[in-house]
Design a protein around this ligand. Structure first.
Ligand code: FES
Ligand SMILES: [Fe+2]
Length: 462
């Protein structure tokens, strides 16, 4: 495959992609401001992702201009995970996070509606909320004192009489994320003004997510706080692995597996372990071993689970598959591990760095001691210093550390395991591949390529 990055206007693929970014992408008035087209020059990435052949060009992990294009064309139009509904109980409860690199405040308004706003003051751009989470009656910028209510309206301006009569406070409220929806307690938002619904974008992936989120009528709650840590490595390395990579488990985590079960022979498992990998056309993915007698690893959790009731609610295929052991990614950057109740976002921080934000969620119906057992199990295995999490972070950082070498960067990566193996297996919805396969990874990058080559709504010409 070729590794040439071509400007979109040379290939013709991106059509109007080289038009200036529309000033009204967020609805904010721009007066006579115009951005030169060169600031948003988009690249045709067709030559960088060969999904049919299972090859990837490493430039997609290192190139700064591709990274900027990702923020415009992958993150801005996609549904992105914001928070868990359990983080908001009273009007004014808020949590601050990011959509791509855009800071946002998620809050419950007076009508108990979850809303999300760009966390940037309309005056000179400072964050109007610098706390990670909390409760407030309004958001007051600490730079000059502009204040906004829970609906994002500008309600107070020091020295208002100093502004011209034409100044209209209604035009200067916080920029609102236009669509916020939730699925079984997971709240997502998108900047796309006319998106497909969150449920539609999840498609069959929802069936796999329910295996963790829908054990009973009460749903899930968050235990503990949000763990945050910074890793060297492109965000896609982590998102891709959680979509498609059970292959690394027995090698990368060999010492951790032997510690947990001394009689295990990790290398043998690679041949004998059976399971499936779900391959979603929208780039999501999930992999899970299949055990007729599945179990949760934390003994207290295992003993509390009512497997009979779970089989009735979720069906045998889910209880014996994706309910416990496994991994999953909702495209682009939300991932989870059912056995730990770990949900996480891989926040992009430039091509070479990601920031991991991880929550532990448990069934609301769990008694306190069971919640605590699950929290501790997650902390020991997939907390920031967990025995598995450290193995994974080390791999991503290792891959990234050498990828800027001129020769290294031009050597393609292999995603050929299980080529052509996807099929309807009659037991799990959608198409699945073998447990050990790169099929969901190929689909993840096919979706990435599609979005990277498609002008987003904000690029429509005036
Ligand atoms: S930057 Fe917020 S009030 Fe000036
Ligand atoms: Fe891992």
């Amino acid at each position: 495959m070729t590794s040439t990055i071509r400007p979109a206007d040379e290939s013709g693929v991106c059509g109007g992609a080289c038009e200036p970014i529309r000033g009204t992408a967020t609805g904010a008035p721009r007066g006579s401001l115009r951005r030169p087209a060169a600031m948003s020059g988009n690249l045709d990435v067709s030559g960088l992702v060969d999904s049919d052949g299972g090859l990837l060009d490493r430039a997609i992990f290192t190139d700064e201009s591709l990274y900027q294009q990702e923020l415009r064309r992958v993150f801005a139009p996609s549904w992105l995970f914001l928070a868990h509904a359990d983080q908001f109980h009273k009007p004014g409860d808020f949590f601050t996070t990011y959509m791509g690199e855009d800071p946002v405040i998620v809050t419950l308004d007076k009508n108990r509606r979850i809303r999300a706003f760009l966390n940037s003051c309309r005056h000179r751009g400072a964050r109007v909320c610098r706390a990670d989470f909390g409760a407030t009656r309004n958001f007051t910028c600490t730079y000059h004192g502009w204040a906004y209510d829970l609906e994002g309206k500008l309600i107070s301006i020091p020295n208002k009489e100093g502004y011209p009569d034409s100044f209209d406070a209604k035009q200067w409220g916080l920029i609102e994320v236009p669509h916020v929806e939730s699925y079984h307690g997971l709240i997502f938002g998108t900047w796309h003004p006319e998106p497909v619904s969150l449920r539609e974008s999840l498609g069959d992936m929802a069936w796999y997510m329910d295996a963790m989120l829908d054990h009973d009528e009460q749903g899930t709650v968050v235990v503990g706080g949000v763990h945050k840590w910074v890793l060297s490595g492109n965000w896609k390395l982590a998102a891709e692995q959680f979509a498609t990579d059970w292959y690394h488990v027995n090698m990368s985590h060999a010492s951790a597996l032997m510690l947990l079960s001394p009689s295990a022979k990790p290398k043998d498992e690679i041949i004998h372990r059976t399971g499936r990998q779900y391959v979603d056309p929208n780039g999501h993915g999930a992999g899970f071993p299949v055990h007729p007698k599945n179990r949760f690893d934390a003994r207290t959790v295992h003993e509390w689970m009512d497997y009979g009731a779970l089989r009735e609610r979720l069906g045998d295929a889910r209880v014996e598959g994706p309910m416990t052991t496994g991994h999953a990614t909702v495209f682009p950057n939300f991932s989870y591990l059912p056995i730990n109740g770990s949900v996480r976002v891989w926040h992009p921080k430039g091509p070479d760095t990601m920031e991991v934000w991880a929550w532990t969620i448990v069934d609301k119906s769990m008694p306190e001691e069971v919640r605590e057992a699950q929290r501790l199990y997650n902390l020991r295995t997939f907390g920031p210093s967990g025995i598995f999490e450290q193995d994974d972070g080390e791999n991503w950082s290792e891959v990234q550390a050498i990828s800027h070498g001129f020769i290294t960067n031009g050597v393609p990566l292999n995603y050929q395991m299980g080529l052509g193996s996807e099929r309807e297996d009659g037991r799990h919805p959608g198409r699945t591949s073998e447990l050990y396969s790169d099929a969901a990874g190929r689909s993840f990058y096919a979706r990435w390529r599609e979005l990277m080559n498609t002008p987003a709504w904000h690029e429509e010409s005036r």
